[in-house]
Design a protein around this ligand. Sequence first.
Ligand code: ADP
Ligand code: F6P
Length: 475
Amino acid sequence: MPSAGTADLVIVANRLPVDRVTLADGSPGWRTSPGGLVTAIEPVLRANDGVWVGWPGGTEQDLQPFEFDGLSLVPMTMSAEEVKDFYEGFSNGTLWPLYHDVVAKPEFHREWWDAYVGVNQRFAEKAAELASEGATVWVHDYQLQLVPQILRSLRPDLRIGFYLHIPFPPAELFQQLPWRRQILEGLLGADLVGFQMNGGAQNFVRLVRQRVGHKTHRDLVYLPDGRTVKAAAFPISIDAKGFEELARSERVEKRAETIRDALGSPRKVFLGVDRLDYTKGIYARLRAFSELIIDGHFDVEDAVFVQVATPSREQVEQYRILRDEIDRLVGHINGDLGRIGRPAISYLHSSYPREEMAALYRAADIMVVTPYRDGMNLVAKEYVATRYEDDGALVLSEFAGAADELRQAWLVNPYDINGMKSALLEAYAADERERGRRMKAMRKTVLQHDVAAWADAFLLELAAARGAHGKTVRP
Ligand code: ADP
Ligand code: F6P
């Protein structure tokens, strides 16, 4: 057993909260990483004394642990080969599409799997080195599903939690994976395995029973060595009060006005904010919007669609294809429907600070979130948190985890373009009372179930999962 480190809480995630980038003057610097995982975990580490182990992007090899904005970060290096086979390959060419309803076709390659095993081994060894005796290690997401089992074999004294930020697929899809048993056994190294939705937890327990042969009862798995593993749902959330406070600030309010002016003060602003990912349904939503203009329901003077799409996983072929497709679609729509100074779609690839995101949400009358499948979707919750006057409208896919909680949104099936057009139009035309009624209810939900409540629930359950030994982490 390796000797213990000093950290009472170790967060292990593929991404660090910041990415290594080259600044304008050519010097190396840091930039906030995109994605829901970082948004959710950062406040948890701030509230606890701990370290975060993760990859800062790129292939730089000699990075040392460092402090960033009060957080203790331990960078993991990756070779060019590992980026290709582990990150772009097994994580985002195999698992991501498989776990998202095979929206794109997953590829199965043995060399990608070998790289996945190798990188998981290194992450587990680093966590084992950093964790104090009896510490809590919280492992995150689909890139690191083998870490719990490897870590337990290295450090049986640890309390290990695992949380999956994306959907866990039904058995019919998961079974395609040639390494299905290894993944299930990897996860079973944890004391508590958390999912976004009950369905994911149930899929997991059923698969463990069928494929590994362990006894299960409801949300518990009984292992032959006497350990019990619990699988349960913990729907993730955001720092709702923080977002609301930001939205209420004069600077954000002024910036929101400036954004609307810059858009030509249309009557209504539609907004989409996503990583440029094929699961997000960006193409279909922009088509639906453009057809409403073509059908004469409104005009580019009446409405504009602002689509923020942060480039993501750009070396993966499916993502490159998507980017080209959307570039072409936006070009067509604006070419056909726009007027001078009045594009139908304002399309942006930039990454913004939180304040600018809040201003965009404040500037938008209708937020459009239409993924084909999404673990949760934090953008939907962020929009709701900023609407402190109970105004604005949310059009939300039934297939986003968030739809379970935000029942008062205009819910849509993103595969049904006509249905989506009707919902966009209803949200566009809804009167103040209707919008207020829906938003008020959604705001109550988001403010009550914030990210602190999510982390509390997970860490308390994890503490309970292994009795009284080990150190207690303050959630
Ligand atoms: P995913 O984790 O799949 O990217 P989520 O909607 O759950 O999707 O989370 C996305 C997170 O990334 C949100 O917190 C959102 O504010 C943030 N984000 C998305 N696009 C941008 C952008 N262009 N600039 C800054 N933050 C962004
Ligand atoms: O949960 C969604 C997620 O895949 C996170 O794991 C990840 O940090 C984020 O989206 C962004 O993706 P990537 O790390 O591949 O840039």
